[in-house]
Design a protein around this ligand. Structure first.
Ligand code: PLP
Length: 319
């Protein structure tokens, strides 16, 4: 099935005349109900289960210097989540990709944070049976955002380890990218209370899991490890594995204890929202000598180099 919207056929008047409220919404373009809209116009029903029950899945890919980075992997994960949640959308992979390209092209952003999502939707009869709901696909492109700001990228993030346990995989399958974020948000408040900038949550066994919007890696004796279970299989995490394979670095998915993390030579986090970002303080204690480590720096450099490599990215198509 192809994309139901033909951007050539549609004049997109709402875009040229779009109303941007700079105080409420970032400048961007959304796709909703067959139309391309400004972010302030993109609204959903309060009856949508995506809102009422967090019954939704999504994926976020970024565009850097006019190119999508590893879009295919994000589409794979998104369509995998739809299938696991028994959701259907009226677009296939090419249709979704076309909508994402259009959102970015119409937004004019060269560096963008691009989200595709599907909510359960609402049941026309307000029935409690999820099979009665009409699933809703949406997408949007807004300016690129990062977990770490420029200063934090330079000197490393300060994180706190929260005592909140990341929701276990037996409850919510973390391979389905989801908005189950209350644990992560509570962890963030713990971190702020303790003077840190972001949080790491533990898994149900007390090992390190992940943080609000990122996976975590530690480096010990030149070898990298990242939590194996109870975490979203991040595309940036996967990219770190791919970069390590190219660079001849050893990397493993394994349990990471809190003690091991604290004693690491280097720690970094990984997310589409910022890439590879160093961590130099944990609970107010420096990681090693508190400097961004050599392996972290090397991976950060090659991660961004890959954003110019046609094998890893695809230019935004303009309708
Ligand atoms: N873990 C969680 C809970 C996330 O929400 C995200 C991204 O939003 C990540 C990890 C990192 O995943 P990715 O590298 O695909 O952005």
């Amino acid at each position: 099935m192809s994309n139901l919207i033909d951007p050539h056929a549609k004049p997109l008047p709402s875009l040229s005349a779009r109303h941007i409220d700079p105080h409420s919404y970032p400048d961007g373009v959304a796709f909703l109900d067959g139309q391309y809209l400004s972010m302030s116009q993109a609204k959903i029903s309060v009856l949508d289960w995506g809102f009422l029950h967090s019954d939704a899945t999504y994926d976020t890919v970024h565009v850097w210097d006019g190119r999508f980075f590893r879009l295919d992997l994000h589409l794979d994960r998104f369509f995998g989540g739809l299938e696991k949640l028994h959701m259907t959308i009226p677009f296939d992979r090419d249709g979704v990709a076309e909508i994402l390209h259009n959102c970015v092209a119409l937004s004019g952003h060269r560096a963008a944070y691009v989200e595709m999502l599907c909510t359960r939707g609402a049941s026309p009869t307000f029935s409690r049976d999820p099979r009665d709901a009409v699933n809703r696909f949406m997408a949007f492109a807004v300016p690129f955002g990062s977990v770490a700001n420029a200063e934090q990228l330079q000197r490393g993030l300060h994180v706190a380890i929260s005592d909140k346990v990341r929701i276990p995989p037996a409850s919510v399958d973390p391979t389905i990218k989801n908005y189950q974020w209350l644990d992560l948000v509570r962890g963030l408040y713990d971190a702020y209370d303790r003077g840190a900038e972001t949080a790491l949550l533990l898994d149900f066994n007390g090992n390190v899991a992940e943080g609000p919007g990122f996976n975590v890696f530690c480096v010990d004796d030149g070898k990298l490890s990242t939590p194996a279970v109870g975490v979203l299989p991040g595309i940036t995490r996967r990219t770190v594995f791919d970069l390590c394979a190219e660079a001849g670095l050893a990397v493993a998915a394994a349990d990471v204890s809190v003690a091991a993390l604290r004693q690491s030579d280097e720690v970094f986090i990984a997310s589409t929202a910022g890439g590879i970002m160093p961590v130099t303080m944990i609970d107010g204690v420096p990681v090693a000598d508190r400097k961004v480590g050599a392996i972290t720096r090397r991976l950060m450099a090659i991660y961004w180099q890959k954003h110019e490599d046609p094998a890893w990215c695809s230019p935004v198509r303009h309708p």
